[in-house]
Design a protein around this ligand. Structure first.
Ligand SMILES: C[S@@+](CC[C@H](N)C(=O)[O-])C[C@H]1O[C@@H](n2cnc3c(N)ncnc32)[C@H](O)[C@@H]1O
Length: 408
């Protein structure tokens, strides 16, 4: 809680106070995305980035931000040194600005610290719930009901240092759910993670890109969406964003923002995107996903064993996440060290002039790749500790073609 919005009715202000949630390791790219979009007061915090925006940018952020998992709008921040104060202050929130009278809600209490005297999650949610229900009875003469399954509004009450921030989840489903992926692959990357990796590498669509172990195609699909300037969540269905069920929803402005986003995308790629996998059913699933994301015609899919592959362009960016904890297909089944050694040998033999970014589990014998990474980026893939290893496979001088220079 770096800023103080003491007693201010934030929801009435023309500036929206927002919190974007993300993994701790990718908050740098999220902050950059928000700045590029035009957000103000961008302020990275633990596993989150706080920012301010006007109403139009509020809708644009929901449609376009690639690396956030959730977006929350701050309703009010107030002092809450104990239960009594939490209740009294929560009674003063204008809940009707957020929740419609017939709406249902849930409240998540989140203590931001531990220790003696700190309110528990249950206490926080119970006291805020009571305050809200009393407010609706007093001001509107109506009862509002809790619904844990499918509430119209999900509130988060976060307490730390004697203060409470009440916010409402405006994204609804987690933002990695773009609306294009089926569940035909056992180990897909989250879409938000795939986009964050591409952004960490500075991918802007200006070099050829290749995922040689593409599985369900997430990296290639996210890359195509980025290179075309498509809004990441444009294919979500009506009613899937949290804000669509809230009292302050401006449906007219939301329609305009979606139309602008559709008109603003490009119809062609500057540089090609390739994706292959050793498994024919996975390639089929990846094609179907790309079709639903409406980028299928921009990705060159093929069923190829990476170890038999030819570089699809003289230079470019390989980005892939290698199998982990599942059977490694092909001749290296069961022998992880040989598998990683073969990756290194193949990169040296067939991909000189490329940059390769390989996402590996920290616990795997990735050092057997036998090449020195120029960057090692620590991340979490779900609960697995992983690293994105970047190898620059240039021959001789780094100066070369424009594509090679774009890789630097
Ligand atoms: C962890 S998954 C990739 C998941 C993918 N990033 C996604 O989002 O769905 C690893 C993939 O490597 C593929 N694979 C394993 N050995 C391969 C090889 N020799 N050549 C090409 N693909 C291979 C597997 O079929 C699997 O789909």
């Amino acid at each position: 809680m770096t800023k103080t919005h003491d007693q201010k009715e934030i929801i009435k202000s023309s500036l929206f106070q927002m919190i974007a949630i993300c993994p701790e390791e990718t908050k740098d790219v999220l902050a950059e995305e928000l700045r590029m979009l035009g957000a103000q007061s961008v302020d990275p915090q633990f596993k989150a980035v706080h920012f301010e925006c006007d109403e139009k940018l509020f809708y644009e952020a929901h449609l376009k931000i690639r690396s956030a998992s959730r977006l929350l709008r701050v309703v009010k921040e107030f002092a809450a040194k104990d239960e009594r104060m939490l209740y009294d202050q929560a009674r003063r929130v204008n809940w009707g600005d957020v929740l419609t009278v017939k709406g249902t809600f849930s409240i998540e209490g989140v203590p931001g610290e531990r220790g003696e005297g700190v309110m528990t999650s249950n206490t926080i949610s119970k006291r805020v719930r009571e305050a809200m229900q009393t407010w609706f009875l007093d001001k509107k003469g109506e009862r509002v009901l809790v619904n844990l399954e499918d509430p119209d509004a999900t509130f988060i009450a976060f307490t730390r240092g004697g203060r409470c921030i009440v916010s409402v989840d405006t994204s609804g489903k987690s933002m990695h759910k773009r609306g294009y992926r089926s569940d035909k692959h056992p180990a897909p990357l989250k879409e938000t993670m795939a986009a964050s990796l591409l952004m960490k590498l500075g991918y802007k669509g200006d070099v050829p890109l290749y995922d040689p172990m593409c599985g369900s195609g997430t990296l290639a699909i996210e890359a195509a969406s980025m290179a075309l300037g498509k809004a990441a969540l444009i294919h979500r269905k009506k009613g899937e964003f949290g804000f669509e069920r809230l009292a302050f929803f401006n449906s007219q402005l939301w329609r305009e923002v979606q139309e602008e986003a559709r008109d603003g995308k490009s119809d062609e790629l500057a540089m090609p995107i390739f994706a292959s996998d050793i498994s024919a059913p996975y390639i089929e699933a990846a094609r179907d996903n790309a079709l639903r994301a409406r980028v299928e015609k921009f990705i060159n899919f093929s069923k190829v064993d990476f170890f038999e592959s030819d570089a699809p362009a003289p230079t470019g960016l390989i980005i892939t996440n290698v199998p982990y904890g599942e059977r490694i297909k092909g001749e290296f089944d069961g022998d992880d060290e040989m598998f990683f050694k073969a990756i290194g040998d193949k990169l040296k033999k067939s991909y000189t002039g490329w940059r390769a970014a390989i996402l590996v589990a920290e616990a795997s014998p990735w050092k057997s790749i036998g090449l020195k990474p120029s960057r090692k980026i620590k991340l979490l893939n779900g609960s697995i500790e992983v690293r994105l290893l970047v190898f620059d496979l240039y021959q001789g001088s780094k100066k070369g073609s424009p594509e090679q220079r774009a890789l630097n």
